[in-house]
Design a binder for this molecule. Structure first.
Ligand SMILES: [Zn+2]
Length: 94
């Protein structure tokens, strides 16, 4: 499958599929031009949400110093989602 966006998007990568709303199983809760927050398909906790960048940099190993601010924004989006879901006790969240 040839695509102009192929260099930014790995078809075998579930996170990329979710970021592009290509995964029907996944319920996207919140998104912006940079980040996507979705409900974990196999929740380990009652409220388990993941925030990922749209860019294909999912591995912690590939995160560099430039991504620190991105990670902060991911964390704050995660908090915002939890608040919207009415969760105030952060201890229950993994
Ligand atoms: Zn990816």
């Amino acid at each position: 499958m040839a695509s102009d966006e192929s260099e930014k998007y790995d078809e075998s990568c579930i996170f990329c599929l979710i970021a592009k709303n290509q995964d029907e199983e996944t319920e996207v809760i919140k998104q912006n031009e940079e980040l996507v927050c979705f409900r974990d398909i196999c929740p380990a906790a009652p409220h388990h949400y993941l925030v990922i960048p749209r860019e294909h940099i999912h591995s912690c190993c590939s995160l560099s110093r430039e991504h620190i601010h991105l990670v902060e924004r991911m964390t704050s989006m995660g908090r915002a989602v939890l608040k919207e879901q009415g969760i105030t006790n952060m201890e229950e969240v993994s």
